[in-house]
Design a protein around this ligand. Structure first.
Ligand code: PMP
Length: 407
């Protein structure tokens, strides 16, 4: 038996049960927001303007919470909506709304437009693809670069084809490759000519404040750049506190031009008599202001940066000089993207599974679950404790070595 095969047999004999699949906060991270569970406290249900948060109404969400998040999401507070607990539902509903009710500037609603397609930078976030797959919106892949989507390709595709109605973007610490969009990328997205007059950028700023280093990277202001370029309605901005406070009980945000916000609020008023303002109030009381938010994120960083460092150390120890094996060194966000030689990703995931280590399925970073190169493995190191990350990554190293040896 080769060394790699023997190491793998030893790994299997350990009977591990470890999981690096999803970008979830750990229990310790959730504990940072423990005071939320006691807020706002009995008798303390009034918003700053005197609104009784317990009652119906207030469709746009509490102004004091919108004020806290506005600068971080780069949306004026008056154009920001605070909703319920997940931004994914806002993205989903936005596309459903666009299908059923003509967007500002749209010649028709999208269900009457024939084919509707979105650009999907790859690798990307599987749930974005899932929304489109469910709604019958075709996905057209474009490659990611270190600066964001390949803009030559994006500009070429949107220039001629009116059925391309949008693009998915995670502009900061992108899922999964940690890319940060350059100012030039943002400017080109905001200004590029599109054959579709109702083209939209799904600007999912899920990791806006999720820095892994003290370098708090900022991206260019897409709403301002789009307005300057004469395309004020192009960006739809999303964000949430899922990985700031409580992943299952946070607050999500939607921001856009006034015309888009009016469109959204009118439709939302048919769906709900108002969001959970008690939760919004407890968030505003807990975070207090922008500085409070920053300090809270620094506490997250202290918990998770060592986990990312562990992933980096174990990969570097074994694969620094291995041709075809590279990985990202993210400065924020929730993922490390491991790139292996073509055709090996699903084999590594399979070997890991047999050894009791669950990895995100190979292909999940691509539309329809198919990575044509079968080369990308998304690692999500935030949830397990540090010792489990160490064991899981040591196992991944063994699996990758075996897959490389067997090639
Ligand atoms: N967008 C991205 C890029 C994500 O990685 C995630 C969570 N993994 C989400 C959105 C989900 O956000 P929410 O909890 O606000 O629905």
């Amino acid at each position: 038996m080769t060394d790699a095969a023997a190491a793998y047999e030893e790994l299997k004999a350990q009977g591990l049960k470890l999981d690096l699949t999803r970008g979830k906060p750990s229990a310790e991270q959730l504990d940072l927001a423990a005071p939320l569970l006691d807020l706002p406290g009995a008798g303390n249900h009034k918003a700053a303007d005197g609104t009784d948060t317990r009652n119906y109404g207030g469709g746009q969400g509490l102004p004091e919470l919108r004020e806290i998040f506005a600068p971080f999401l780069q949306v004026p507070a008056g154009q920001l909506i605070a909703g319920n607990n997940g931004s994914l539902e806002l993205m989903h509903d936005t596309l459903v709304n666009a299908l059923l009710n003509a967007l500002p500037g749209a010649p028709t609603r999208w269900v009457d437009a024939g084919r509707v397609a979105f650009l999907a930078p790859v690798p990307g976030y599987d749930r974005h693809y899932g929304v489109c797959e469910r709604l019958g919106i075709d996905l057209v892949t474009v490659p990611m670069t270190a600066d964001g989507p390949d803009m030559d390709e994006v500009e070429r595709l949107v220039a001629d084809d009116p059925s391309i109605k949008g693009i998915w973007c995670v502009p900061k610490y992108s899922n999964p490759d940690g890319a940060v969009y350059s100012d030039e990328t943002v400017r080109r997205l905001a200004a590029m000519p599109t054959a579709a007059p109702d083209f939209r950028i799904m600007w999912d700023n899920a990791y806006a404040v999720h820095h892994l280093t003290t370098d708090e990277i900022e991206v260019a202001d897409v709403l301002a750049l789009a307005a300057e370029a004469g395309n004020p309605d192009r960006p739809f901005v999303f964000g949430s506190t899922s990985k700031i406070t409580l992943a299952g009980a946070g607050v999500a945000f939607f921001g856009a031009s006034q015309a888009n916000v009016d469109w959204w609020l009118k439709l939302a008023s048919k769906r709900t008599i108002g969001p959970d303002k008690v939760n919004q109030l407890r968030h505003a009381l807990f975070l207090e202001d922008g500085e409070g938010l920053r300090a809270h994120m620094a506490a997250h960083r202290e918990l998770i940066a060592p986990k990312f460092a562990m992933v980096e150390r174990l990969l570097a120890e074994s694969f620094s000089d291995t041709p075809g094996v590279t990985w990202t060194h993210p400065k924020g966000g929730y993922f490390v993207n491991l790139v292996v030689p073509d055709g090996l990703a699903s084999e590594v995931v399979r070997l890991a599974k047999e050894a009791g280590i669950a990895l995100t399925p190979a292909g999940a970073t691509h539309p329809y679950g198919k990575d044509p190169q079968d080369a990308i493995i998304r690692l999500a190191p935030t949830l397990p404790p540090l010792d489990e990350i160490e064991n899981a990554m040591a196992g991944v190293v063994v699996c990758l070595k075996l897959a490389l040896a067997r090639r």
